[in-house]
Structures are given as structure tokens and as C-alpha cells.
Design a protein around this ligand. Sequence first.
Ligand SMILES: [Fe+2]
Length: 286
Amino acid sequence: MAIDLKILHPELAVEVSGIDLRKPLEADVLAELKSTLARYPVLVFHDQKLSDNEHAAFTRCFGSIDAGLTLASKRKQRLKNTDVIDLANIDGDGKVLDAANARNVSLLANQLWHSDSSFKSPRAQYSVLCGVDLPGEGGDTEFADQRAAYDALSQAMKVRIEPLVAEHSAFHSRGLLGGADFTPEGMAALPPVDWPIVNTIPESGRKSLFIGVHTREIRGMATAEARLLLLDLLEHATQRDFVFRHVWHNDDVVMWDNRCTLHRGRPYDLSKLRELRRCTTEYIAA
Ligand SMILES: [Fe+2]
């Protein structure tokens, strides 16, 4: 079976149709999706109403599952399938959370440019995000192509950053927004990790930046100098030419490669329900 592709952004995103994600993937379709991801790291699927088990089963075709921040959160797990990360802005009774609720702070941090689980080792490879129940307007998700961003750097900057290693922390972004609902034990379970600022993506051989809001230090560099460089790189890496914006509809599924994209949510009315669920795979480098 061949999938159908419609280009949504010339370098970054395609819409995929002709596939039912609820059914087990045939080997040739899986291979086609992987080769498409190597060229276009954001895939958009419409009208895919997945159960949590179907969502997890589809994601598992691409690698072992990453638990994200769920182990560090005080929040009681609402979903039965623990492979699925609950991104709904509701409490255990289904009531929309107050804007000031610590859980909401953590969700709002997703509006800062980031790569999922860059603060963990192993870090994330693919994320699969399902739009379950979305507000009528707002809450779009933007993706920025970090391969194009790398390519567009000056030669001097490429040479400067090639040897640099950045520290990523899960709690840096939450701290910027005033803190969130993490226990001291949970925070201790997720110590900062180091990743090179320049990646090579094995499937395409292309170099890519690997930065975002979880980066807070660069090894061997003073904090102020490091943060200014990271902010400059982020500003460069999120220019509009490098960005694709997805406008959500219920039952959309969006899948992306965290190694070569950054993403962020856009604002929405915090009094309205917004429910998404995410599954993510770990990147185990060969
Ligand atoms: Fe994310």
C-alpha cells in the first residue's frame, strides 16, 4: 500500500493520507513513513480517532516509549495507558484547571520553543500528538526546522558552535514561568543532561541545531555568555522561513522528529478545554 503525501511546507511538513493509524502498520508502509520523516520531519494525519492503546501501538512501531515528565509530576495519572502522556488542561474530575494552577504552568511551558525530553537521556526521537478535544480557535502548534537553521548560519558561527555542548534541564522552562508541580524527588530523578549543540541526523546525513528552552548552560562558558549565545541561536533558528504552523482539528495526529525540529504551542483561551495526548519514542543512537 502506498501512502499519499501533500506538501504543507517545502522543507518541513507533509500531510499523509491513505492510511488508518488504528490498524497494525505493514512493513512497507512503516518504511515509507520513516523515509518520509527523514525528508519532512513533520507529518500531519487527519481524521484519525485513536484509542490510547492504538496511539501507543502506532508509536511503538518507531521505537521504545519515553515517559516524558510524568514520573516527576505530583499529578495523579488520569489515563490507564501509562505510555500516553496526558496533556489535557483538566483536573481529575474533568474540570478545566485555573490558569494559576501549577499543572497549567507545566502545560503553558509547552508554548516555549523546545524539543520533547531533550532534558533526558536517552532523549526523544519521534513524538505523536493526538488532538482529542480542541478549542475552536488558538492553540496552534508551530514547528521550526533546525536543519535549515543550521544551514543558514554563517561559516564562522558553524565553526564556533561545532564543539559546544549544552546542558538541558527539565525545570528551566518551568522556572521561567514561575514554577510548576514537581516534587524534590521528581526533580532529583531528572538531573540535567548534556547534548552537543550540533547534531547529525543519521537518516539524512544533515546537520541540525539542537537547542531550545531546556538549554541553560554551555559547558566551559560563563553562564551569561552561554545564555546570550543560546538566545541568539534560538532567535535565528525560529525565523518564520523555517516555521510551519499546524491549525488543529479534533482527531488530527501530528508526528515529528525531535532531533531536528523545535516546536511550541500558541496561546489559547485558558478557560476552555484543550485536550491532547502524546506518545514519544526514545532516541537510541546506533
Ligand atoms: Fe512538546
